[in-house]
Design a protein around this ligand. Structure first.
Ligand code: ZN
Length: 132
């Protein structure tokens, strides 16, 4: 079994091979499909045609299956997914909804298992500590 990414709301799988597929919407009402790399720390992303995102834009991600919002309840700048490792261990993944902000947090149990990205200090410690 490979690494899987699940919607925290409906628990359906959101990845095709190593790509995570999400629906996205900007504040100005643009809508599109977003593809993220499932390798944590790789911030290469792709957007569907005419879904033009520039640095600093905040994207509201939603599940393409149940359409529910994936924004974190406490920190609205972060989106939340569940990651299931090859061994079946579940972690919570949080990443910034603001395009250009490179930070990803992986929380397994009560511990920060990994933090990634050049902006990883932006959302810690206050928000993260509350999660642990
Ligand atoms: Zn869902």
């Amino acid at each position: 079994m490979k690494t899987k990414y699940l919607c925290p709301k409906c628990r359906n799988s959101l990845n095709i091979n190593s790509l995570i597929i999400l629906s996205g919407k900007t504040r100005t009402g643009l809508k599109g499909i977003v593809m993220l790399k499932g390798d944590l720390g790789d911030y290469t992303s792709s957007f569907s045609e005419d879904f033009t995102i520039v640095e600093g834009n905040k994207v509201t991600f939603s599940c393409p299956i149940c359409h529910r919002n994936l924004s974190d309840i406490k920190n609205k700048n972060l989106a939340h997914l569940i990651m299931v490792s090859e061994e079946g261990e579940e972690s919570h993944i949080y990443f910034s909804r603001i395009y250009g902000e490179k930070c990803t947090y992986k929380i397994t149990g009560k511990e920060i298992a990994f933090e990634y990205g050049e902006h990883k200090n932006l959302y810690r410690p206050d928000w993260l500590i509350e999660k642990l």
